[in-house]
Design a binder for this molecule. Structure first.
Ligand SMILES: NC(=O)c1ccc[n+]([C@@H]2O[C@H](COP(=O)([O-])OP(=O)(O)OC[C@H]3O[C@@H](n4cnc5c(N)ncnc54)[C@H](OP(=O)(O)O)[C@@H]3O)[C@@H](O)[C@H]2O)c1
Length: 254
């Protein structure tokens, strides 16, 4: 029986690399993103069955429609990966940044709940399933100049932890992935040096292995794991001193 995997944000960067990795394993894929043309290009290249759905994860009805369409053809999937995300610098004093703030939270946090929602009851009915959320090292501590992104990922990490505990007794596993810097169109927009920048195909291999092993929490690459764990325990004064020098994300159209 082939593995059945749903991936959001599957037409670019990490999501696309995950799709390629699962395709190598002969999985049946449900790929979602807003840009249908970009999804189609990937579908045509994959050596496996891949259904594509033009879905905006901020729209619950679209997520439910795509989930039902996939399940009507292939039944309940094994793994659902909430990977879709957007990033931009935001400054709270800028009026127009508040719309960007809402969009980042709606996509990175609420979007994950929207895509998990339609699969949880079917997972429970079948007796197993796995939910995966792609969060970020940026969610470990507050980053200056990226309040919305940092908050969205911090909230996503905690949301995934809540799910992990509440669904454990239903044999539903939850894996949180917190990447550091992975080469993708998202990081291509950064104009600063990114420590331990990892090729996306390598990152996807590490992620797929961790998902297979039902790891609860993964930071990639491993060097960032070390840094992330230090960030987590640093006292406030030390974090404030370090983070004020951190490079800031550019304000981007989202
Ligand atoms: N690259 C990194 O270093 C890094 C580090 C930490 C965390 N992450 C996280 O990893 C995830 C993937 O990032 P990436 O680097 O691969 O970025 P990317 O190349 O920009 O890909 C983002 C993906 O999300 C999709 N997307 C955005 N908004 C969406 C929406 N409203 N509905 C559905 N799909 C949407 C995009 O497709 P459409 O535009 O066609 O919708 C695209 O497929 C994100 O959650 C990001 O925050 C990345």
């Amino acid at each position: 029986m082939p593995l059945k995997v749903i991936i959001t944000g599957a037409n670019s960067g990490i999501g696309k690399a995950l799709a390629i990795e699962y395709a190598k394993q002969g999985a049946v894929l449900g790929l979602m993103a807003r840009n249908q043309d970009a999804l189609k290009i990937i579908q045509d290249k994959l050596p496996c069955e891949a259904l594509i759905y033009s879905v905006d994860v901020t729209d619950l009805a679209q997520c439910r429609w795509a989930a039902e369409a996939f399940m009507a053809q292939h039944g309940t999937p094994d793994i659902v990966i909430a990977n879709a995300g957007i990033s931009s610098g935001t400054m709270t004093e800028n009026f127009s940044d508040l719309d960007i703030f809402k969009k980042i939270i709606a996509t990175n946090l609420v979007g994950a709940a929207h895509i998990f929602h339609p699969f949880i009851k079917p997972f429970k009915a079948r007796g197993f399933g796995q939910l995966v959320g792609v969060s970020s090292v940026a969610g470990i501590r507050g980053l200056p100049g990226a309040g919305a992104y940092s908050a969205s990922k911090s909230a996503l990490t905690n949301y995934l932890e809540s799910l992990r505990i509440e669904l454990a007794s239903d044999n539903i596993h939850v894996t949180t992935i917190a990447p550091g810097y992975i080469k993708s169109p998202m990081t291509d927009a950064n104009d600063f040096t990114m420590p331990f920048l990892m090729p996306v195909d390598r990152a996807a291999q590490v992620m797929v292995k961790a998902i297979k092993n039902k790891k609860k929490f993964l930071i990639v690459p491993w060097q960032m794991n070390l840094i992330g764990r230090i960030m987590h325990v640093l006292p406030i004064f030390a974090w404030d001193w370090l983070a004020k020098k951190a490079p800031r994300k550019k304000r981007l159209p989202v």
